[in-house]
Design a protein. Structure first.
Length: 143
């Protein structure tokens, strides 16, 4: 069913009058709004309101970024506090590579499990206990 010409004209006019979309600013670029950051580090703002989040960062060898007075750098956001922390780019790269190895291993396991027909076996999500969840639909049901 086609739209009436008057409706098409109105839609066309709306599209022409839309303001241009602002350029997207990635999360990483938002951290770059700080000045005087050492280029040898990766910086990230951690939410201090999330329980255990700062300790997780410290356990992962992130360190606080401090201003010239020795106080931790932070900013207020939506009633909370975002604390600026950093990690060396070398350690960040090692973390990334370790995560990528894990993904590659998981993909490798899937490829090794390819059945005789040349397709991957059915995906069965795991429950919190690690056991296969019941299938919602099966081929027997014609779905």
């Amino acid at each position: 069913m086609s739209r009436p010409r008057s409706e098409e004209a109105a839609l066309s006019k709306d599209i022409e009058q839309r303001p241009e979309r602002k350029e997207r600013i990635s999360m990483a670029q938002q951290v770059r709004s700080y000045t005087g950051l050492d280029p040898n580090y990766f910086y990230y703002e951690f939410d201090a309101n999330k329980p255990g989040r700062i300790q997780q960062a410290l356990d992962a060898v992130y360190e606080y970024v401090q201003n010239s007075d020795g106080a931790n750098v932070f900013r207020e956001k939506h009633g909370g506090k975002l604390i600026l922390m950093r990690i060396t780019k070398d350690l960040r790269q090692q973390d990334f590579e370790a995560g990528q190895r894990k993904v590659n291993e998981q993909i490798g396991e899937k490829v090794q499990n390819v059945n005789d027909s040349g397709s991957l076996p059915d995906y069965i999500p795991k429950g919190d206990d690690g056991r296969d969840r019941d299938r919602v639909a099966t081929l027997d049901m014609g779905i």
